[in-house]
Design a protein around this ligand. Structure first.
Ligand code: ATP
Length: 230
């Protein structure tokens, strides 16, 4: 569904992503791990088209996306939940969710009840301003905003970072539920927590200094601690 071939991404002269080849299959939940500053967010942003590839290709649903704009990628079904959430604090929860619908060129412009089943608190707080929500609730809102467009490929950048354990559990349940419903939604999850990653993902990549240093269907704790310890 999504393939990266020898992808390189740079900020001016400084290359951050080097020769990355990855694949995410339909319905697969792929976890990308790595310590701070190794290039995880840069990689995700380049998949979304927010950063340009220096070389290499990004193929999505057999189409070359490498030079396509983020809007085109979103229309084709890629949805991104940034680290730090980036919700609109002045807009209501409902308005924030509705913005997610704009991403897709579908005719249906209503919020599916499934979104509120996943995150009941968002229904209760529908008319509150996004900025009044707790960090964990904002994370749920950011995921809801991404899901409302019914993406085929969801990019989640550290959704559990700094979030209280009960909300981490809710997010875990949503990811598991998406998988259980077998809707062929693929998820690329950037995650630092070994336990969380293991509990939801089918395939793992570890990145270090911009390169993939480990990949596999299992996550070996020694590999993780080797590459994730500071
Ligand atoms: N806008 C930018 N301009 C220049 N360099 C940047 C920019 N953003 C990130 N970098 C650098 O690129 C490297 C990778 O950063 P990136 O944010 O992708 O890492 P990360 O693995 O997502 O880290 P974290 O877990 O802390 O979010 C770092 O050395 C960072 O300083």
């Amino acid at each position: 569904m999504l393939q990266l071939q020898q992808l390189e991404v740079a900020y001016d002269e400084s290359t951050v992503i080097r020769d990355i080849t990855m694949e995410i299959r339909p319905g697969q939940i792929v976890c990308l791990m790595g310590r701070n500053g190794v290039g995880k967010t840069t990689l995700i942003k380049s998949i979304m088209g927010l950063l340009k590839a220096k070389s290499g290709t990004i193929t999505y649903l057999k189409e070359n996306m490498t030079n396509k704009t983020p809007t085109v990628r979103a229309r084709k079904g890629i949805s991104y939940v940034p680290q730090g959430r980036e919700i609109f604090p002045q807009l209501t929860v409902f308005e924030n969710i509705m913005l997610g619908l704009e991403a897709r060129s579908k005719s249906r412009k209503e919020v599916s009840e499934v979104i509120y089943e996943y995150f009941p608190v968002l229904k209760e707080m529908k008319d509150r301003r996004g900025g009044d929500l707790s960090g964990g609730q904002q994370q749920q809102l950011a995921i809801a905003r991404a899901l409302v467009s019914e993406p085929d490929c969801l990019l989640l950048d550290e959704p559990t970072e700094g979030i209280q354990p009960n909300i981490v559990q809710d997010i875990q349940n949503v990811i598991r539920d998406i998988k259980k419903q077998n809707k062929n939604i693929s998820i690329l999850l950037v995650e630092q927590s070994f336990d969380f990653a293991k509990s939801v993902a089918d395939y793992f990549y570890i990145i270090d200094k911009g390169r993939i240093v480990y990949e596999g269907e299992t996550l070996v704790e020694e590999e993780v601690s080797h590459y994730l310890s500071v």
